[in-house]
Design a protein. Structure first.
Length: 261
């Protein structure tokens, strides 16, 4: 009856014409399938008493979904097919599992705005960084913009090994490992176990390289073999153009400044 009332108010005669549906605050405890509205893009169904989302199984075009202030305890299997969803409000529900909720939303690459506050899962330790790391497309989480510092903290916390390598090896970063190591004191000079490669295997311009098992060993080895970089600059105003060279005009000799690192 609530759906029929909205259709009459909006004057829709065909289900395919329905792009917006407002069912908020109707004291609804269940909703029939909305599959007939296959082009539905905006759905307000907040401030009800809905316990599940099985009625959304065919609404692939949804871009904005307002589900706050309901009785939802789990969204597994209900939203992962909404690939173009951009705004999802789920605050003030009873969602318990952070892992299950995030897993359901991982496939929604277009998701930009997400509210999960006032759910039991929001009390988990590291909740915000967990969501930021596993849902990188989200830009506004719980009404607060996701900062670059939070993204870096989430990356360091949930991928600490890779973060350590990136910070230590990547160009433009300070390398905290020493340039020289004392014989016998370095881990990488005497690794506990080496992964031997078949003879004749080529890596770059070397052969028979032995990959290091420990990432810290790779950092130390990289620090011992600094790359050589060279930058050159020329004042192009002093360089003769094609026309000048063709006419045989004499141009002042140009100078090139080269700096090596």
């Amino acid at each position: 009856q609530a759906i029929e009332k909205q259709l009459k108010i909006c004057g829709f005669k065909r289900n395919v014409d329905v792009l917006v549906l407002y069912l908020a605050g109707q004291e609804l405890r269940s909703v029939p399938s909305l599959s007939q509205f296959r082009r539905l893009r905006y759905l307000w169904i907040n401030n009800n008493k809905i316990p599940d989302l099985t009625f959304l199984s065919k609404n692939y075009c949804l871009t904005e979904l307002y589900l706050h202030n309901n009785k939802l305890t789990d969204i597994s299997g209900a939203l992962k097919h909404l690939h173009v969803l951009q705004i999802l409000l789920l605050h003030n529900n009873q969602l318990i599992s952070l892992d299950r909720t995030v897993k359901e939303l991982k496939g929604i690459k277009s998701l930009q705005t997400l509210n999960l506050f006032h759910n039991p899962l929001a009390q988990d330790t590291g909740y915000r960084l967990h969501v930021i790391y596993f849902l990188p497309s989200v830009q506004l989480l719980d009404r607060k913009s996701v900062t670059q510092r939070e993204r870096e903290s989430a990356f360091h916390q949930y991928n600490s090994e890779r973060s350590h390598i990136v910070q230590s090896i990547a160009f433009g970063k300070r390398i905290n490992t020493p340039m020289r190591t004392t014989v016998g004191s370095s881990k990488w000079t005497q690794p506990a176990r080496k992964l031997m490669m078949p003879s004749g295997r080529k890596f770059g311009n070397q052969t028979n390289k032995v990959p290091l098992e420990n990432p810290e060993d790779a950092v130390s080895a990289r620090a011992m073999r600094r790359s050589l970089m060279e930058f050159s600059t020329v004042d192009w105003n002093t360089v003769a153009t094609c026309q000048e060279r063709h006419c045989g005009s004499k141009a002042a000799p140009h100078e090139r400044l080269t700096v090596r690192f």
